[in-house]
Design a protein around this ligand. Structure first.
Ligand SMILES: C[S@@+](CC[C@H](N)C(=O)[O-])C[C@H]1O[C@@H](n2cnc3c(N)ncnc32)[C@H](O)[C@@H]1O
Length: 215
């Protein structure tokens, strides 16, 4: 029993107060036998830590409504739910990512709603009612630029206070970000994390949150 617990711990990490499983963890390996994500949602991507670190710095109003698009394993949303009691919806085109998201939600003691939708399919109704929209490593193919620009613009048009999207600087992301700067008054910040994990990315930030933030 003690040996089993020690083995589980070796494949678990605690980062920013949330528990994350490595690919070698037996629970992840068991899920892989039945659910094989097919659009790169097979792990936690590094830009997640960059957005989480930025949210540690900036804060988030308690109980905010957050939508995470292209959520994969959903660690940013899980962090928002755990740290700021956010109400989170995780959206992904690939339903195979949701068992991994729910495994992590359960491990971290939070509830996350999920929706299987492509960016292109997100309706005005889907994009309303969220205070913050986040996405990490989601703009990597040319055909993603246009639908993601529309998602960002429409979320802001529907009353979101802030959109944060992180990427290591792939050309489709840069094109989308440049358009958000030109047309939506967005900014792009280079953000580096040293601790508890090294990661860096460009952050596209549209809008800002009120100063009544939970820290
Ligand atoms: C590189 S992974 C990043 C996952 C997660 N955001 C992270 O940082 O760990 C890209 C995610 O976007 C999802 N995705 C790809 N194309 C999509 C689309 N057109 N609409 C919605 N989700 C999409 C994939 O299924 C995958 O989960």
């Amino acid at each position: 029993m003690a040996r089993k617990k020690a083995a589980a711990r070796a494949t678990e990490r605690s980062l920013f107060g949330i528990t994350v499983l490595k690919a070698a963890d037996h629970r992840v390996r068991r899920l892989k036998q039945e659910h094989e994500p097919s659009i790169h949602g097979n792990k936690v991507w590094n830009s997640s830590w960059v957005v989480i670190d930025f949210l540690e710095y900036q804060g988030l109003p308690r109980s905010a409504h957050v939508m995470e698009v292209g959520c994969g394993w959903g660690l940013v949303g899980i962090y928002c739910a755990r740290r700021y009691e956010a109400h989170v919806v995780g959206v992904d085109a690939d339903a195979a990512v949701f068992p991994y998201l729910q495994l992590h939600a359960q491990l971290n003691g939070v509830q996350i709603e999920t929706r299987c939708r492509r960016f292109e399919e997100l309706s005005t109704a889907d994009l309303s009612g969220h205070d913050v929209l986040v996405g990490t490593d989601i703009c990597f193919w040319d055909e993603m630029t246009e639908p993601l620009y529309r998602v960002v613009a429409e979320a802001m048009g529907q009353g979101a206070q802030q959109v944060i999207i992180a990427d290591p600087g792939r050309p489709p992301f840069t094109r989308m970000a440049d358009r958000c700067v030109a047309e939506l008054g967005a900014e792009v910040k280079a953000w580096e994390v040293e601790e508890p994990i090294r990661a860096s990315a460009d952050l596209l930030i549209v809008g800002s949150l009120p100063r009544t933030r939970a820290r």
